[in-house]
Ligand binder design. Structure first.
Ligand code: TXE
Length: 484
């Protein structure tokens, strides 16, 4: 059985203590590979390698750094089918989704930041005729990158690319639930000629390898995406050590459909926002609000469209919904659907696992797309992140009411608003408290814009200029002019 290796100082190596964790294929419920159960010794070796590589990497010309990162992007694209299949087997998502979204975006992440550094601008401020200030932005050193299981290579590269592009070196700790593509990615980095120690990947459990990375004194920067609870743990560790950290956490996102919306766009857009990646995207619209005059007809059409989603073997080309990522996630989603019934919800569609998919997938962690009506705004199912193919749908009377509903959550990550009234679109977008609002679309991503949430959806922003600033330290130099 394949034993995944850590990538430390340019080499693929086993865990120091020789221990491995089981890695499951969630579509079959079977162990199909082993992942290093790394600990403090492995993290120490990785941080040491990253520290030794930092001087040369940070002082390399941006043109040369850019070339190496573009070579990595080329290799991701050249290996897209292999990476997509690995992502599908590791995560349970449809192969078609891994091939159309996850892997192309991983290459784009590298291409975007590899070219962004070629056009960096710096600031200066003249003080009349007495002095001039200029601001230097320098890489901070070894960056600790911790990524989740829902979009494994997509989110891992979303952090690694800007960290490397700005001249930092990296110790990455991918999720132990979906380690495979980060392992294959390590092989591509070796092939691309990335200098040893510039990127290191340490696999293992969050509370062990992850925690060791966050608390390591030679890692001044932490970039994390994952659950809100874990984000709090990381903040508690990093804060007293005066580390700089960004936390990209959960969401409970409103999806608002006004009566004047173009339903030919709002309906498919709402199905996608509700169930993409089996609802395991922090940006999913898990609370669907529909203006009262069209509520009944919208619900009917939404249910019809959702029923058409084919829940199947993720490896099959026509599968729309694969399996959830793990038994734990299946149990979490099941718990919330049972809770919804206790809270007075009516299950309009789904509510549990589908009939057995196939002999191969008979023990997989599948959950049917689920639509729940009749829940109150403040019940737990409408306030807590479920992170599965479960959407709560409810009517609203007017703009003020739906804004109140949309903001009635401890999260503030994203929202979608569907309306033809452009004034209302701007007005409502301004009043919803979250980091991103999509108008007449969902998950349309421009990598230049700030990305992240407020409240319990996180701290800090990723993307474009925000990422470049997060991974660098500004220093201002003030030079008195000679005849001052
Ligand atoms: O994420 P965790 P989990 C949400 C979703 C999910 C919940 C928990 O609701 O059900 O989070 O998911 C590492 N120090 N999201 O348990 O635990 C861990 O190894 C350092 C939303 O999978 O947050 C993994 O690499 N690291 C999210 C990463 O943190 C630690 C996407 C995420 O794991 C650690 C995923 C520690 N103490 C889940 N504990 C999004 N915003 O997209 C764990 N880790």
């Amino acid at each position: 059985m394949l034993e995944i290796k850590n990538y430390i100082n340019g080499e693929l190596v086993g865990p120091a203590e020789g221990r491995y964790l089981d890695n499951f294929d969630p579509a079959t419920g079977q162990v199909y590979s082993k992942v290093p159960d790394s600990g403090g010794v492995d993290v120490e070796r990785a941080v040491d390698a990253a520290g030794h590589a930092f001087s040369a990497w940070s002082r390399m010309s941006t043109a040369k750094r850019s070339d190496i990162l573009l070579k990595i992007a080329d290799l991701i694209e050249a290996n897209a089918d292999r990476l997509a299949r690995a992502e599908c087997i590791d995560n349970g998502k449809p192969l078609s989704l891994a091939r159309s979204l996850d892997i192309p975006r991983a290459a784009t992440n590298f291409r975007f930041f590899a070219t962004r550094i070629l056009h960096s601008q710096s600031e200066s401020h003249a003080m009349d005729y007495s002095a001039i200030n200029y601001t230097l932005r320098r890489p901070r050193g070894v960056a600790g990158i911790i990524s989740p299981w829902n979009l494994p290579l997509y989110l891992f590269t979303w952090k690694v690319a800007p960290a490397l592009a700005t001249g930092n070196t990296v110790v990455g700790k991918p999720s132990e639930v979906t380690p495979m593509t980060a392992f294959l990615f390590s092989e591509l980095c070796i092939e691309a000629g990335l200098p040893p120690g510039v990127l290191n990947v340490v696999h293992g459990a969050g509370a062990k390898a992850g925690q060791a990375l966050v608390e390591h004194p030679a890692v001044p920067t932490i970039s994390f995406t994952g659950g809100t609870k874990t984000g709090g743990t990381i903040a508690k560790t990093a804060g007293p050590l005066f580390k700089k950290y960004s936390l990209e956490l959960g969401g409970k996102n409103p999806n608002v459909v006004f009566a004047d919306a173009d339903l030919d766009k709002a309906l498919p857009g709402s199905v996608r926002a509700s169930f993409a990646n089996q609802g395991q995207v922090c940006l999913c619209g898990s609370r669907l609000f529909v203006e009262a005059p069209i509520y009944d007809s919208f619900v009917e059409r939404f249910l019809d469209a959702s029923k058409k989603l084919r829940v199947g073997d993720p490896l099959e080309p026509d599968t729309d919904q694969g399996s959830l990522v793990s038994k734990a996630q299946f149990e979490k989603v099941s718990y919330y659907v049972d809770l919804a019934k206790e809270e007075g919800g009516e299950i309009l569609l789904g509510g549990g696992p589908p009939a057995p998919i196939s002999d191969r997938c008979k023990e997989g962690y599948f959950f049917y797309p689920t639509v729940i009506a009749g829940l109150g705004m403040n019940c737990r199912v409408n306030r807590e992140e479920i992170f599965g193919p479960v959407v709560a749908i409810m009517p609203f009377k007017n703009e003020d009411e739906v804004i109140e509903y949309a903001n009635a959550t401890d999260y503030g990550l994203a929202a979608s608003v569907w309306t033809k009234d452009i004034d209302r679109a701007h007005r409502v977008s301004e009043r919803i408290n979250c980091g991103t609002v999509w108008v007449n679309c969902w998950m349309l991503r421009d990598l230049r814009v700030p990305f992240g949430g407020m409240k319990q959806s996180g701290v800090g922003r990723e993307g474009g200029e925000e990422a470049m600033r997060f991974f660098t330290e500004p220093k201002n130099v003030c030079v008195a002019l000679r005849d001052a």
